[in-house]
Design a protein around this ligand. Structure first.
Ligand SMILES: *Cc1c(COP(=O)(O)O)cnc(C)c1O
Length: 233
């Protein structure tokens, strides 16, 4: 078995334990394999082990990788998610090459993605990134901005608002991790109570996926636990 296949099995076991502990089912949680900084071959190895959803942060690297994977496996149903910061002059290739974008934090970016989404691809799935760490993070809409942003994004014709994404401040304190994820969940529940139809909570990474699942994550974004240590971690 490849190292990546073994790592995927270990992550799968963590997810299975976490869903059991919170009386959820395995189908409630999708594993997004975050392949940033790793080559196309690493993605192909993960695909050989059955993984089909991949997250990328850096646009040019992602576009090259998507092309290489498509060439090697033209018939595979691979699903690419963009999870990095978005520059407004880079929305067109994002709209054309990804199935999901998790990091929308401004209306202007959402409007551009909607205008530039090729209609034949169907709606682009969107999560709004929310900043629950206050001043400690520059990324994400504030909890105050979120309801207005969500209502506007939900109206855009070529997008489908699916839910919220968050990256809490790193901490190894499990209670603090759970508290942060619970805040995201509360924002999500409030928007749904307000009538927005959303089904996705994108939260939890290699270091905190179990507490994220305990608080309702439906997509966990896992990089280093699958592909190994990166230079940036
Ligand atoms: C890199 C990254 C991940 C994966 O992080 P790991 O700690 O390697 O699992 C998840 N989400 C986002 C937004 C990232 O940038």
């Amino acid at each position: 078995m490849s190292i990546i296949a073994g790592n995927l099995q270990a992550v799968e076991a963590t997810i299975t334990d976490a869903v059991k502990a919170s009386e959820r089912t395995r189908n409630d949680v999708q594993l997004l394999a975050v392949s940033k900084t790793f080559p196309a071959q690493a993605v192909l190895d993960a695909m050989a082990a059955g993984q089909l959803a991949f997250g990328e942060n850096y646009l040019q690297e992602a576009l090259d990788k998507i092309a290489s994977v498509a060439q090697a496996q033209p018939d595979a149903a691979v699903e690419w998610h963009f999870i990095g910061p978005i520059q407004s002059n880079k929305t067109r290739p994002i709209a054309a090459s990804f199935a999901w974008v998790h990091t929308v934090e401004r209306l202007k970016i959402a409007q551009r993605l909607s205008e530039q989404r090729p209609p034949e691809l169907g709606p682009l799935n969107i999560c709004l990134q929310v900043n629950i760490s206050g001043e400690a993070s520059k990324s994400g809409a504030t909890p105050e901005e979120l309801p207005g942003l969500a209502r506007e994004v939900a109206q855009l014709p070529n997008l489908r608002l699916r839910g919220l994404m968050a990256i809490p401040e790193p901490t190894t304190d499990i209670a603090a991790q759970r508290a942060a994820f619970a805040r995201v969940r509360a924002l999500f529940d409030a928007l749904r109570a307000d009538g927005l139809e959303m089904d996705t909570l994108s939260m939890g990474m290699s270091g905190d996926l179990a507490p994220a699942i305990a608080e309702g994550a439906t997509i966990v974004r896992v990089g280093s636990a699958i592909f190994g240590k990166r230079d940036d971690t």
